[in-house]
Design a protein around this ligand. Structure first.
Ligand code: SAM
Length: 287
């Protein structure tokens, strides 16, 4: 068997098992063992910890995780990969593959079933790119007991996640993540290290989920409603975007009393500004 995380490993696994790579499942297999190791290194996982992996594929990342972690719980949607995973991971017993769609899985109940004895749980994955955003928002809003996420994703989404105010990448997703976690781009990854090669470059992002968030909003649902509304049309002012959801006069009074310019745009505001706006709306709406 060729060394894991190499072109030979992918070609051998695919050929030997007559496996058809499925574009519809976002199957782009990593062929660089150095990058695999960097991903696992960034997670700082130890034998005392458990890891959840999304989309183990042919098992290259899973193998490194099995070596470094106490236990690996992996969700793979493609049942054709199960026999290949069993074969490629035969040297290990500290893993469980669930043939499930991650977006439909009951992760909390799986954690209590398989990972009960682990205090620290990380999520490490080379994500299927067609569902990067639903995976991120779905998992983070469930408030699962996962303390760190290390994920390979398309570069464009990585840049948005790590976007700072007044840059082109800053948007609702940047703020959504910033509220919950400290985000850091670990490295850029060229499209050439995957089989098949995707149409875009990638990046590895690490999210350290806040135990005690540095900023708190009493009405989180309203906060994200306001943020979505504020970024609805990027070129419009905040006043115009928010006036689609709230009374125009109310919006003008609010911006003035919060010391914000009527000409400002959503991309110039920080998370703290959005929390102030939401608090104002919550306390002054039907007065
Ligand atoms: N981990 C492997 C690697 O790094 O080479 C494969 C990564 S590949 C980008 C994404 C994997 O996610 C594929 O194995 C694909 O079948 C799986 N996948 C796609 N959609 C999924 C879903 N909804 N739930 C679970 N796994 C999924």
């Amino acid at each position: 068997m060729p060394k894991i995380g190499t072109v030979g490993y992918v070609e051998h696994s695919v050929k030997q098992n007559h496996f058809q790579i499925k574009k519809r499942f976002g199957q782009n297999f990593l062929t660089d063992s150095h990058i695999l190791e960097k991903i696992v290194e960034a997670s700082e996982v130890t034998k005392k910890d458990a890891v959840i992996e999304i989309g183990p594929g042919l098992g290259a990342l899973t193998e490194v995780l099995c070596e470094q972690a106490g236990f690996v719980l992996a969700y793979e949607i493609d049942k054709d990969l199960l026999p290949i995973l069993e074969q490629n991971l035969k040297a290990f017993s500290n893993y469980k593959i669930l043939n499930q769609d991650i977006l439909k899985a009951n992760i909390l109940s799986d954690i209590s079933l398989y990972l009960e004895k682990y205090n620290t749980i990380y999520l490490v994955a080379n994500l299927p790119y067609y569902i990067t955003t639903p995976i991120l928002t779905g998992l983070l809003s469930q408030k699962l007991p996962i303390s760190r996420y290390v994920m390979m994703m398309q570069l464009e989404v990585a840049d948005r996640i790590c976007g700072k105010p007044s840059t082109k990448d800053y948007n609702a997703l940047s703020l959504w993540i910033e509220y919950r976690a400290l985000a850091k781009k670990i490295m850029k990854v060229p499209r050439t290290v995957f089989i098949p090669s995707p149409n875009v470059d990638s990046a590895v992002v690490r999210l350290d989920v806040y135990k005690d968030p540095p900023m708190y909003c009493e009405n989180e649902r309203a906060l994200f409603f306001v943020i979505q509304g504020a970024f609805a049309q990027r070129r419009k002012t905040l006043e115009n975007n928010l006036s689609l959801k709230y009374d125009k006069k109310f919006v003008q009074n609010m911006l003035l009393s919060l010391g914000l310019s009527l000409k400002c745009r959503a991309e110039e505001l920080t998370l703290s500004d959005f929390i102030k706006i939401t608090d104002y709306i919550t306390h002054n709406m039907d007065k």
